[in-house]
Write a protein that binds this ligand. Structure first.
Ligand code: SF4
Ligand code: SF4
Length: 338
C-alpha cells in the first residue's frame, strides 16, 4: 500500500469554468480521416450565439455574485479559443480584483506568442496549453494548422515568466509512432519545468463513425506498464457528484501526470439523474464534472451529453440581479443533484 497517497474530496461547485466564446482557429480532427473530434466546448444547447455573447462586465458580475454564495476557489477560463476573446487580460485582472484565489486559462497556444507576458502581468496564475501531438507533422494533421513550432516555443518562453503553474493538456489519440511521441513529449516537459501534463481520453460524439472512434481511441491505461516502472500514484482527487477521480502520478524524472477514471457511474451515492440515465455506460464526463460551466450565452450546462440539463442565466445577469442569480443556480443544482 502506498502510505503517502493523499485522497482529496473536491467539490466541483467551488470552481467556475467560463467558456468565453465559441470560435477557434483550429479544427481538431482525426489525423488520417480529417473527421472532426472537437466536441465544441462553449457551443451550448445548439443555440446560435451570434446575437448573444456575454461581455467582460457580464462575466465579472456573474463571478462576483456567485463567489461568496458558492465559496468559489478557482475560476477557469476556457472557450473554444479564449485568446480570441477581445479583452481577455482585462477579464483576468477583473477576476483577480474580485479576490479570486486562482485564475487559470486553457488555450491552444497559437496566439500565445507575444501575449504570455501580458497574461502574466494581468494576474493569470495557471496557464494550460493544449498539445495533442509532439511532432510538426502529426500536430498539423490533427489541428489542421501549421502551429507546432510556434506553440512549443511560446510554452518554452512562458515557462520562464513565473506563472504559478504551467500545464499541458493532451487528448490521447492513437497514431503510428505514439509511444516515441509521448516519450519525447514527457522529456521536453521536464526540461521546460512544466508543472503537469494532463492526459485526456478522446470523447466520442454523435457525429463520429464507430470505426473512426475505435481506431483513434487510446486509453491512458496503455501506459500502465510504463507507470508501474516509472511512476507512483501520489494523489487522488475525488469529484463525487461527477463520479470521477483524477489520479495524480509523479514520474521518476519529477514530471507530474494527471489521468481520469470514471468508475462509479452506477454508485448509489450519485444523483438519481445519473443512476437512471440510459447514457451512463457511455458517459465520459459526469455531472458538472469541471465545475459550474457557463458559456458565452450565459447558459450553465450540467452535462455534456444531455444538453437540456441546463440553466439560462442571461436575463438575470443582464438585469444585474445578483440575488436572483444565486437563487436560480441553487435551485437548479438542488434539482439535479438529488
Ligand atoms: S483547439 Fe480545442 S477548441 Fe479548438 S478545435 Fe481543437 S479541441 Fe476544439
Ligand atoms: S450523461 Fe449526464 S445525466 Fe447521464 S450519467 Fe452522464 S452526466 Fe449523468
Amino acid at each position: 500500500m502506498n502510505k503517502n497517497l493523499v485522497i482529496k474530496n473536491v467539490d466541483s461547485l467551488e470552481e467556475i469554468r467560463l467558456l468565453v466564446n465559441n470560435v477557434c482557429n483550429y479544427s481538431c480532427s482525426f489525423p488520417e480521416t480529417g473527421i472532426k473530434w472537437c466536441h465544441g466546448d462553449g457551443i451550448c444547447c445548439g443555440v446560435s450565439s451570434i446575437y448573444k455573447s456575454a461581455s467582460i462586465n457580464d462575466f465579472l458580475f456573474l463571478v462576483g455574485s456567485l463567489k461568496k454564495a458558492f465559496g468559489i476557489k478557482k475560476v477557469k477560463i476556457g472557450a473554444m479559443e479564449p485568446l480570441l476573446f477581445a479583452g481577455i487580460t482585462e477579464l483576468i485582472s477583473g477576476l483577480k480584483n474580485l479576490g479570486c484565489a486562482e485564475v487559470s486559462l486553457t488555450t491552444n497556444g497559437y496566439f500565445l506568442q507575444n501575449q504570455s507576458k501580458q497574461l502574466r502581468e494581468s494576474g493569470l496564475d495557471t496557464l494550460t496549453v493544449s498539445m495533442h501531438a509532439f511532432s510538426e507533422n502529426m500536430y498539423r494533421k490533427i489541428t489542421r494548422v501549421d502551429g507546432f513550432d510556434r506553440v512549443k516555443k511560446s510554452v518554452e518562453e512562458a515557462s520562464r515568466l513565473g506563472f504559478r503553474k504551467i500545464k499541458i493538456n493532451r487528448v490521447l489519440l492513437n497514431f503510428d509512432g505514439l509511444w516515441d511521441d509521448l516519450m519525447t513529449f514527457f522529456d521536453w516537459a521536464v526540461v521546460n519545468k512544466i508543472t503537469a501534463v494532463k492526459l485526456y481520453q478522446l470523447i466520442w460524439s454523435e457525429g463520429m463513425k464507430g470505426e473512426d472512434y475505435f481506431k483513434n481511441y487510446s486509453p491512458w491505461q496503455a501506459l500502465s506498464v510504463f507507470l508501474r516502472r516509472n511512476a507512483y500514484l501520489k494523489e487522488i482527487r475525488r469529484y463525487k457528484m461527477a463520479g470521477r477521480d483524477r489520479l495524480i502520478w509523479e514520474l521518476k524524472n519529477g514530471l507530474e501526470l494527471e489521468t481520469d477514471v470514471f468508475y462509479h457511474k452506477f454508485d448509489d451515492k450519485l444523483p438519481d439523474l445519473c443512476r437512471k440515465c440510459n447514457l451512463a455506460p457511455f458517459c465520459q464526463e459526469g455531472l458538472m464534472s469541471y465545475g459550474i460551466e457557463i458559456g458565452p450565452e450565459l447558459i450553465v450546462s450540467g452535462c455534456l451529453l444531455r444538453r437540456k440539463i441546463s440553466l439560462d442565466l442571461w436575463d438575470l445577469v443582464k438585469k444585474r440581479d445578483a440575488e436572483g442569480l444565486v437563487k436560480s443556480l441553487e435551485a437548479f443544482i438542488g434539482k439535479i443533484r438529488k
